[in-house]
Design a protein around this ligand. Sequence first.
Ligand SMILES: Cc1cc2nc3c(=O)[nH]c(=O)nc-3n(C[C@H](O)[C@H](O)[C@H](O)COP(=O)(O)O)c2cc1C
Length: 275
Amino acid sequence: MDIINSIVQRKSCRTFSSESLKPSDKKQLEEFINTGKNGLNGETVDFILLEKSDTDVQMKIPYGLIRGNKTYIFGEIRSSPVSRINYGYLLEKIVLKATELHLGTCWVGMFDREYFNDVQIETDLVIPGILVIGYASEKIPVKEKLIRRAVNADKRKPWESLFFNYETKEVLKKQENYKYVESLLMTRLAPSSGNTQPWRIYYSSENNEFHFFKKITNQTYELKGLHDIDMGIAMSHFELVSLKNGLKGDWQKNDISKINTIDDLQYTMSWKCEN
Ligand SMILES: Cc1cc2nc3c(=O)[nH]c(=O)nc-3n(C[C@H](O)[C@H](O)[C@H](O)COP(=O)(O)O)c2cc1C
């Protein structure tokens, strides 16, 4: 499965079969996790793949309803926006690898932290969100369908609401940088907390850079740092598709004083195109 198929096929899975991960799937995931620790700004995250046993109680999840799974992936980071962006960026790559292995996943931002009390975590670090992972149940219960409907999970904002020209502030025309159209379309399909899609991307034709901005769309998610994770997730989609299409570039944090103020948007990072 190539990256486009993984992105198109991925959707949050909330009802799992009670099967544990097959040894070959677990091995491939662990190998991927171990080689993919290096994130943005030189920051690394050591992700843990944790399997609970049949006798363990299921975690209570405050919003949504997730059932049947035994396996979790998470890491610990400093509680800062930059680290949360990096966390989203790295963990989404694991999500897409899991999709390639035909595993179901769901990001969970609102979870019971005490459930992981037996995992030793340094006092100044936090788990900003977790990934629930396993084999999707064949039958999707009505409740899961209702949750998806409540957050419009199958819908995404239109191109016109997400992608703009940085100099003119007008909607980005596809011919302004046609090579990157697929990167943008695949970013649009990324998962986000409550499907809020807080990413707004402005292409600077003068500097050949894509500036990523965050639009706070939900205060609860913002306060929990989930919008920053969403931004990192979007960046990983953008990068993976660009690299797959031979479009090299680098993530840069421009000096904020050099970035134009745009409405109520908050500047995150920029992709500097190499060609
Ligand atoms: C950072 C983050 C946190 C999320 N937290 C939860 C959660 O706590 N419970 C839940 O059921 N879904 C959660 N989701 C899943 C989103 O609701 C889902 O990605 C969104 O509705 C889009 O649907 P899709 O993933 O099927 O495309 C979260 C997603 C992200 C990216």
